[in-house]
Design a protein around this ligand. Structure first.
Ligand code: AMP
Ligand code: ZN
Length: 112
């Protein structure tokens, strides 16, 4: 848990979200500003700033997040989807708690 991290607050339940999945390690919820008809985020419960902060010890967690993407996408009715991990300010990252975007079902105007 990192103070003032919006995704840690979602993980703890202090901030509400539209949760679509949860287990011991990860949570997935709909993006509050979707850029596609279906747009959710896969987020580890462990606070890690970004992909650039990951170490070998996070390998299994990263694999778990990626393997969840097609399963949750299918549950959300998607036949195909895009994944995105923004990394660093210059990589467009706004929330510094690592997350995988999963998007599909037709773009909205915002280009994430
Ligand atoms: P990124 O630019 O990769 O850091 O993306 C952060 C994403 O988190 C953006 O697409 C935001 O719309 C989304 N986001 C920020 N706050 C919330 C929230 N409280 N609930 C759901 N999604 C959020
Ligand atoms: Zn966090």
């Amino acid at each position: 848990m990192s103070d003032n991290c919006i995704f840690c607050k979602i993980v703890s339940g202090a901030v509400p979200s539209t949760k679509i999945y949860e287990d011991n390690d990860v949570i997935a919820f709909n993006d509050i500003r979707p850029s596609a008809s279906v747009h959710f985020l896969i987020v580890p419960k462990l606070h890690i700033d970004s992909l650039a902060s990951c170490e070998n010890e996070h390998q299994a967690l990263l694999g778990k997040m990626l393997l969840l993407a097609p399963k949750l996408a299918k549950q959300q009715g998607l036949a195909g989807f895009k994944t995105l991990i923004n990394t660093g300010v210059e990589g467009g990252q706004e929330v510094f708690h690592i997350h995988v975007h999963v998007m599909g079902g037709g773009d909205k105007s915002r280009n994430n």
